[in-house]
Design a protein around this ligand. Structure first.
Ligand SMILES: [Zn+2]
Length: 147
């Protein structure tokens, strides 16, 4: 059955069809699905919109999941990354890469700098390790020549 069918639309042929856009004056109150959709606030008893997350009369939270989701969206949008956190992402590149992956879609303004810091950190660690090996080899050669 077409869910958009207007309640007072004639079911049998012969009657003049009523336009869904401009209901007739004698249009009856919607029945079935639409009638059930009318909701009342559990707290104050006032009538509220079927999809309402908060009662407009008493501010009672009616849909905690929707409120949490909305708060999360705001938190994602406002999320920032501190210099301290970026330094940590550089020192521990795997941590930086993990954050970058975790927030790639929800917090790109956090993910991008963390990834950058992790890449710089990886390069820095590689250079440091390579330099250490070269210095060590040099010292071994130096002491080897002495004795
Ligand atoms: Zn209420």
């Amino acid at each position: 059955m077409n869910q958009y069918q207007y309640p007072n639309q004639p079911q049998q042929s012969g009657e003049k069809p009523v336009s869904p856009v401009q209901p007739a004056e004698n249009a009856q109150q919607p029945t079935g699905r639409r009638a059930k959709a009318v909701r009342y606030c559990k707290n104050c008893g006032e009538q509220i919109e079927p999809g309402a997350s908060v009662c407009i009369h008493c501010n009672m939270i009616l849909n905690p999941a929707a409120i949490r989701k909305a708060r999360m969206i705001v938190a994602d949008r406002n999320a920032t990354v501190t210099t301290k956190e970026l330094i940590r992402c550089g020192i521990f590149p795997n941590k930086g890469f993990r954050i970058a992956k975790q927030y790639a879609k929800t917090r790109p303004q956090v993910a991008a700098p963390c990834k950058k810091a992790a890449i710089i950190g990886t390069i820095a660690w590689t250079v440091l390790l390579a330099t250490s090996i070269i210095v060590l080899l040099f010292l071994m050669g130096f002491f080897g020549a002495m004795f």
